[in-house]
Ligand binder design. Structure first.
Ligand SMILES: Nc1ncnc2c1ncn2[C@@H]1O[C@H](COP(=O)(O)OP(=O)(O)OP(=O)(O)O)[C@@H](O)[C@H]1O
Ligand SMILES: Nc1ccn([C@@H]2O[C@H](COP(=O)(O)O)[C@@H](O)[C@H]2O)c(=O)n1
Length: 221
Protein backbone atom coordinates (compact mmCIF):
# COMPACT_ATOMS: atom_id res chain seq x y z
CA UNK A 1 0.00 0.00 0.00
CA UNK A 2 1.24 3.51 -0.80
CA UNK A 3 2.77 5.45 2.08
CA UNK A 4 0.37 8.12 3.37
CA UNK A 5 1.53 11.70 3.76
CA UNK A 6 0.61 13.70 6.86
CA UNK A 7 1.26 17.23 5.55
CA UNK A 8 2.23 19.95 8.04
CA UNK A 9 3.18 23.51 7.08
CA UNK A 10 3.93 26.61 9.10
CA UNK A 11 6.24 29.59 9.56
CA UNK A 12 9.66 29.52 11.23
CA UNK A 13 9.48 28.71 14.94
CA UNK A 14 5.88 27.49 14.84
CA UNK A 15 7.03 24.11 16.13
CA UNK A 16 6.70 22.17 12.85
CA UNK A 17 9.91 20.16 13.26
CA UNK A 18 9.74 19.36 16.96
CA UNK A 19 6.00 18.64 17.00
CA UNK A 20 6.08 16.61 13.75
CA UNK A 21 9.01 14.53 15.00
CA UNK A 22 7.27 13.70 18.29
CA UNK A 23 3.98 12.93 16.51
CA UNK A 24 5.84 10.55 14.16
CA UNK A 25 7.50 8.84 17.15
CA UNK A 26 4.22 8.34 19.00
CA UNK A 27 2.36 7.02 15.94
CA UNK A 28 5.20 4.85 14.56
CA UNK A 29 5.37 6.96 11.38
CA UNK A 30 8.32 8.33 9.44
CA UNK A 31 9.35 11.98 9.75
CA UNK A 32 10.55 14.12 6.84
CA UNK A 33 11.97 17.62 7.36
CA UNK A 34 11.74 19.17 3.86
CA UNK A 35 13.48 22.40 4.93
CA UNK A 36 16.63 20.31 5.47
CA UNK A 37 16.97 19.73 1.69
CA UNK A 38 16.73 23.47 0.94
CA UNK A 39 19.25 24.12 3.70
CA UNK A 40 21.57 21.37 2.39
CA UNK A 41 21.46 22.85 -1.12
CA UNK A 42 22.20 26.30 0.34
CA UNK A 43 25.08 24.75 2.29
CA UNK A 44 26.43 23.20 -0.94
CA UNK A 45 26.34 26.61 -2.65
CA UNK A 46 28.04 28.33 0.29
CA UNK A 47 30.74 25.68 0.52
CA UNK A 48 31.47 26.20 -3.21
CA UNK A 49 31.04 22.48 -3.65
CA UNK A 50 30.46 22.73 -7.40
CA UNK A 51 27.22 24.68 -6.98
CA UNK A 52 26.54 28.33 -7.50
CA UNK A 53 23.12 29.82 -6.84
CA UNK A 54 23.12 31.42 -10.31
CA UNK A 55 23.48 28.02 -11.95
CA UNK A 56 20.88 26.13 -9.91
CA UNK A 57 18.07 26.67 -12.40
CA UNK A 58 20.06 25.05 -15.22
CA UNK A 59 21.53 22.10 -13.28
CA UNK A 60 20.02 18.62 -13.29
CA UNK A 61 19.80 18.52 -9.50
CA UNK A 62 18.54 14.93 -9.46
CA UNK A 63 21.90 13.94 -10.94
CA UNK A 64 24.34 16.32 -9.33
CA UNK A 65 22.97 16.93 -5.82
CA UNK A 66 23.78 13.80 -3.82
CA UNK A 67 21.36 14.28 -0.92
CA UNK A 68 20.33 11.79 1.75
CA UNK A 69 18.18 12.23 4.85
CA UNK A 70 16.92 9.94 7.58
CA UNK A 71 13.16 9.58 7.98
CA UNK A 72 13.60 7.89 11.38
CA UNK A 73 12.38 10.37 14.04
CA UNK A 74 14.73 8.76 16.60
CA UNK A 75 17.84 8.94 14.44
CA UNK A 76 17.90 12.13 12.42
CA UNK A 77 20.78 12.92 10.04
CA UNK A 78 21.32 14.75 6.76
CA UNK A 79 24.14 14.08 4.26
CA UNK A 80 25.44 15.71 1.10
CA UNK A 81 27.76 13.23 -0.58
CA UNK A 82 30.06 11.95 2.19
CA UNK A 83 29.52 15.01 4.39
CA UNK A 84 27.27 14.74 7.42
CA UNK A 85 25.69 18.22 7.35
CA UNK A 86 23.11 17.67 10.13
CA UNK A 87 24.60 20.44 12.28
CA UNK A 88 26.12 22.60 9.52
CA UNK A 89 22.75 23.30 7.88
CA UNK A 90 21.51 24.95 11.12
CA UNK A 91 24.32 27.55 11.04
CA UNK A 92 23.17 31.20 10.76
CA UNK A 93 24.89 31.73 7.39
CA UNK A 94 22.81 28.90 5.90
CA UNK A 95 19.58 30.24 7.47
CA UNK A 96 20.36 33.69 6.03
CA UNK A 97 21.01 32.34 2.55
CA UNK A 98 18.41 29.57 2.18
CA UNK A 99 15.54 31.78 0.94
CA UNK A 100 17.61 32.71 -2.14
CA UNK A 101 17.78 29.04 -3.06
CA UNK A 102 14.12 28.37 -2.19
CA UNK A 103 12.76 31.02 -4.53
CA UNK A 104 14.12 29.34 -7.69
CA UNK A 105 11.20 27.55 -9.45
CA UNK A 106 13.40 24.72 -10.79
CA UNK A 107 14.67 24.07 -7.26
CA UNK A 108 11.10 23.89 -5.96
CA UNK A 109 10.11 21.36 -8.69
CA UNK A 110 13.14 19.24 -7.83
CA UNK A 111 12.24 19.38 -4.11
CA UNK A 112 8.68 18.25 -4.81
CA UNK A 113 9.86 15.16 -6.71
CA UNK A 114 12.55 14.49 -4.07
CA UNK A 115 9.96 14.61 -1.28
CA UNK A 116 7.73 12.06 -3.01
CA UNK A 117 10.70 9.79 -3.65
CA UNK A 118 11.85 9.94 -0.01
CA UNK A 119 8.31 9.20 1.24
CA UNK A 120 7.98 6.23 -1.14
CA UNK A 121 11.38 4.87 -0.03
CA UNK A 122 10.65 5.27 3.71
CA UNK A 123 9.10 1.83 4.10
CA UNK A 124 6.67 3.33 6.65
CA UNK A 125 2.84 3.24 6.58
CA UNK A 126 2.80 7.03 6.80
CA UNK A 127 5.30 9.89 6.94
CA UNK A 128 4.81 13.23 8.70
CA UNK A 129 6.16 15.66 6.11
CA UNK A 130 6.73 19.22 7.31
CA UNK A 131 7.62 22.39 5.44
CA UNK A 132 6.05 25.46 3.84
CA UNK A 133 4.23 24.15 0.74
CA UNK A 134 3.42 20.54 1.62
CA UNK A 135 -0.31 21.12 2.16
CA UNK A 136 -0.65 23.19 -1.01
CA UNK A 137 1.91 22.18 -3.66
CA UNK A 138 3.77 19.01 -2.70
CA UNK A 139 0.86 16.93 -1.36
CA UNK A 140 -2.42 18.80 -1.86
CA UNK A 141 -4.24 15.41 -1.86
CA UNK A 142 -2.78 14.22 1.46
CA UNK A 143 -5.43 12.74 3.79
CA UNK A 144 -4.32 15.06 6.61
CA UNK A 145 -3.24 18.64 5.93
CA UNK A 146 -2.44 20.94 8.83
CA UNK A 147 -1.12 24.46 9.17
CA UNK A 148 0.71 24.75 12.48
CA UNK A 149 1.09 28.29 13.63
CA UNK A 150 1.55 30.59 16.60
CA UNK A 151 1.58 34.36 16.93
CA UNK A 152 4.82 36.03 15.84
CA UNK A 153 5.48 37.12 19.43
CA UNK A 154 5.17 33.52 20.72
CA UNK A 155 7.31 32.10 17.89
CA UNK A 156 10.09 34.59 18.52
CA UNK A 157 9.94 33.90 22.27
CA UNK A 158 10.27 30.16 21.63
CA UNK A 159 13.28 30.70 19.40
CA UNK A 160 14.97 33.11 21.80
CA UNK A 161 14.45 30.67 24.70
CA UNK A 162 16.87 28.33 22.89
CA UNK A 163 19.62 31.00 22.79
CA UNK A 164 21.88 33.19 24.85
CA UNK A 165 20.61 36.77 25.26
CA UNK A 166 23.29 38.17 22.93
CA UNK A 167 22.40 35.98 19.96
CA UNK A 168 18.62 36.08 20.54
CA UNK A 169 18.14 39.54 19.01
CA UNK A 170 19.91 38.73 15.75
CA UNK A 171 18.22 35.34 15.41
CA UNK A 172 14.80 36.92 15.99
CA UNK A 173 15.48 39.48 13.27
CA UNK A 174 16.69 36.72 10.97
CA UNK A 175 13.58 34.56 11.57
CA UNK A 176 11.26 37.50 10.74
CA UNK A 177 13.23 38.37 7.61
CA UNK A 178 13.28 34.75 6.45
CA UNK A 179 9.50 34.44 6.88
CA UNK A 180 8.98 37.70 4.98
CA UNK A 181 11.17 36.49 2.13
CA UNK A 182 9.72 32.95 2.03
CA UNK A 183 6.13 34.15 2.09
CA UNK A 184 6.67 35.95 -1.23
CA UNK A 185 7.05 32.48 -2.76
CA UNK A 186 4.47 30.37 -0.87
CA UNK A 187 1.66 31.28 1.50
CA UNK A 188 2.16 29.41 4.77
CA UNK A 189 0.43 31.95 6.99
CA UNK A 190 -3.19 31.24 6.06
CA UNK A 191 -4.69 27.77 5.62
CA UNK A 192 -5.61 26.84 2.03
CA UNK A 193 -9.11 25.38 1.52
CA UNK A 194 -9.37 22.02 3.32
CA UNK A 195 -6.29 22.67 5.48
CA UNK A 196 -6.92 22.60 9.25
CA UNK A 197 -5.38 25.36 11.34
CA UNK A 198 -3.64 24.40 14.60
CA UNK A 199 -2.84 27.58 16.50
CA UNK A 200 -0.36 26.66 19.24
CA UNK A 201 0.03 30.18 20.68
CA UNK A 202 -1.67 29.10 23.91
CA UNK A 203 -0.57 25.46 23.87
CA UNK A 204 2.57 24.01 25.40
CA UNK A 205 4.63 21.46 23.49
CA UNK A 206 2.79 18.35 24.75
CA UNK A 207 -0.59 19.95 24.16
CA UNK A 208 0.45 20.79 20.58
CA UNK A 209 1.52 17.19 19.98
CA UNK A 210 -1.80 15.89 21.38
CA UNK A 211 -3.80 18.33 19.25
CA UNK A 212 -2.03 17.17 16.08
CA UNK A 213 -2.38 13.48 16.97
CA UNK A 214 -6.11 13.93 17.63
CA UNK A 215 -6.58 15.50 14.18
CA UNK A 216 -4.58 12.73 12.49
CA UNK A 217 -6.52 9.95 14.27
CA UNK A 218 -9.80 11.63 13.42
CA UNK A 219 -8.80 12.12 9.77
CA UNK A 220 -7.44 8.60 9.25
CA UNK A 221 -10.36 6.80 10.92
N1 LIG B 1 3.69 24.38 21.51
C1 LIG B 1 4.89 24.71 21.89
N2 LIG B 1 5.06 25.32 23.06
C2 LIG B 1 6.27 25.71 23.46
N3 LIG B 1 7.42 25.56 22.74
C3 LIG B 1 7.31 24.94 21.58
C4 LIG B 1 6.06 24.50 21.08
N4 LIG B 1 6.27 23.96 19.85
C5 LIG B 1 7.59 24.08 19.62
N5 LIG B 1 8.21 24.64 20.67
C6 LIG B 1 9.64 24.99 20.77
O1 LIG B 1 9.82 26.09 19.87
C7 LIG B 1 11.09 26.00 19.25
C8 LIG B 1 10.93 26.05 17.75
O2 LIG B 1 10.32 24.84 17.30
P1 LIG B 1 10.75 24.13 15.93
O3 LIG B 1 12.22 24.16 15.74
O4 LIG B 1 10.07 22.81 15.93
O5 LIG B 1 10.06 25.12 14.90
P2 LIG B 1 10.00 25.09 13.32
O6 LIG B 1 8.64 25.53 12.94
O7 LIG B 1 10.44 23.77 12.82
O8 LIG B 1 11.05 26.21 12.93
P3 LIG B 1 12.01 26.37 11.63
O9 LIG B 1 11.12 26.45 10.45
O10 LIG B 1 12.74 27.65 11.90
O11 LIG B 1 12.94 25.17 11.60
C9 LIG B 1 11.72 24.71 19.76
O12 LIG B 1 12.59 25.05 20.83
C10 LIG B 1 10.56 23.89 20.27
O13 LIG B 1 10.90 23.00 21.30
N1 LIG C 1 8.61 23.06 2.07
C1 LIG C 1 9.60 23.97 2.26
C2 LIG C 1 10.50 23.84 3.30
C3 LIG C 1 11.46 24.79 3.44
N2 LIG C 1 11.57 25.80 2.56
C4 LIG C 1 12.70 26.75 2.60
O1 LIG C 1 13.74 26.20 3.43
C5 LIG C 1 14.04 27.07 4.51
C6 LIG C 1 14.44 26.28 5.72
O2 LIG C 1 13.30 25.60 6.23
P1 LIG C 1 13.17 25.21 7.77
O3 LIG C 1 11.83 24.52 7.87
O4 LIG C 1 14.31 24.33 8.09
O5 LIG C 1 13.22 26.47 8.55
C7 LIG C 1 12.82 27.97 4.66
O6 LIG C 1 13.16 29.22 5.22
C8 LIG C 1 12.36 28.10 3.20
O7 LIG C 1 13.16 29.06 2.55
C9 LIG C 1 10.67 25.91 1.55
O8 LIG C 1 10.74 26.87 0.74
N3 LIG C 1 9.67 25.00 1.40
Amino acid sequence: MATKIIAIDGPAGSGKSSVSKQVARELGFGYLDTGAAYRALAWACLSHDGFSVDQLSSLNLAQVFDYQISTDPDNFWVKVGNNDVTAAIREPQVAEFVSQVARIPEVRSFMKALTHRLVAESGKPAVVVEGRDITTVVAPDAPIRLLLTASEEVRLKRRSAELSESSAASVMRQVSERDASDSKVVDFMTPAPGVQLVDTSDLNFNQSVSAVIALIEQGLS
